[in-house]
Design a protein around this ligand. Structure first.
Ligand SMILES: [Zn+2]
Length: 292
């Protein structure tokens, strides 16, 4: 079944809580969000380059003139975090692992220009801007009367994931811990731990509105679908790994079902390779947060 279409643009998903959603199926644009309070604005995910950030800031300015006090990065991938510099002066906040990944991997401008030549001019202006504030497991920001929880659920999509949770509004900005209609990517993550985390969110986190890193605004359905995909890939990968199959053979054996219609199903090879690394014990230790 082909995936449905959804609209781009700003949506108010709770009072003064906004999602900036992209209907495009490219990996250059992630979803973002912003929260408006009397004392300022928090932006969740900066996006990538000036030509993407500028129109976004214009959208924010249609809603509020308050200063942007915080920019939170849900993880280090360029589509989410390379635009940090365009919000300065602001406090950039991320998990420690996200900041470290940005610093150790840096920005390979040549490679990025090759992948996304439409932003050639943009890349020349890019200045890596990692977080100025980091945390370990959980951090609470109080803005106005609102409680904003930054949760590191443990390694899932990456080792430096952050989810932004509003317990009063039951809103979750999951970053790429949940994908919807775009294939999950585990290149820098830990699939088994990701499975535990999505399970924990489903069973113990009170969420009625969820914004995934990519795809339309949803509810826990996006988490459930991500979990189902990861389980499917892990189950077949384990079986074939134990038989000594190659990653390519394993991919051919996986029946993706509904996920065959999600954007870029060929990410399966990256995900199987990552699982094989996990099975061989090559990945750093991973622990899942206890949600309930
Ligand atoms: Zn992403």
């Amino acid at each position: 079944m082909p995936i449905p279409s959804w609209k781009s643009g700003v949506q108010e998903i709770a009072e003064n809580v906004f999602a900036y959603v992209h209907s495009g199926v490219g990996w250059d644009i992630c979803n973002s969000g912003f929260i408006v309070e009397d004392d300022g604005v928090m932006v969740i995910d900066a996006m990538m380059v000036a030509s993407l950030v500028d129109p976004y800031i214009k959208e924010i300015r249609k809603v509020t003139n308050k200063p942007i006090r915080y920019v939170v990065n849900t993880h280090h991938h360029v589509d989410h975090s390379f635009g940090n510099q365009f919000y300065l002066p602001t406090e950039v906040v991320s998990h420690r692992g996200c900041r470290e990944a940005m610093l150790t991997r840096g920005a390979d401008i040549n490679l990025l220009s090759e992948r996304w030549p439409q932003y050639r001019e943009d890349w020349l202006k890019t200045q890596l801007t990692p977080a100025t504030v980091t945390y370990e497991d959980k951090m609470i920001v109080h803005m106005g009367g609102r409680v904003i929880e930054l949760l590191h659920p443990g390694p899932a999509h990456t080792y430096g994931d952050t989810m932004v949770y509003l317990p009063q509004e039951k809103v979750l900005f999951s970053g790429d811990v949940a994908f919807h209609y775009l294939t999950p990517l585990a290149r820098d993550g830990h699939v088994s731990n990701w499975i535990k985390i999505t399970n924990g969110i489903l069973n113990h986190l009170d969420v009625t509105t969820l914004m995934p890193g990519h795809g339309p605004v949803s509810d826990k359905e996006a988490v459930g679908k991500t979990l189902k995909y990861l389980r499917l890939v892990k189950r077949t990968s384990r079986l074939h790994f134990d038989r000594g199959s190659s990653a390519e053979e394993t991919c051919r054996a996986i029946r993706l079902g509904e996920y065959a219609d999600w954007v870029e199903p060929e990410r399966i090879l990256i995900n199987v390779n990552r699982l094989f690394q996990e099975f061989r014990g090559e990945l750093p230790k991973a622990r899942a947060m206890r949600f309930g």
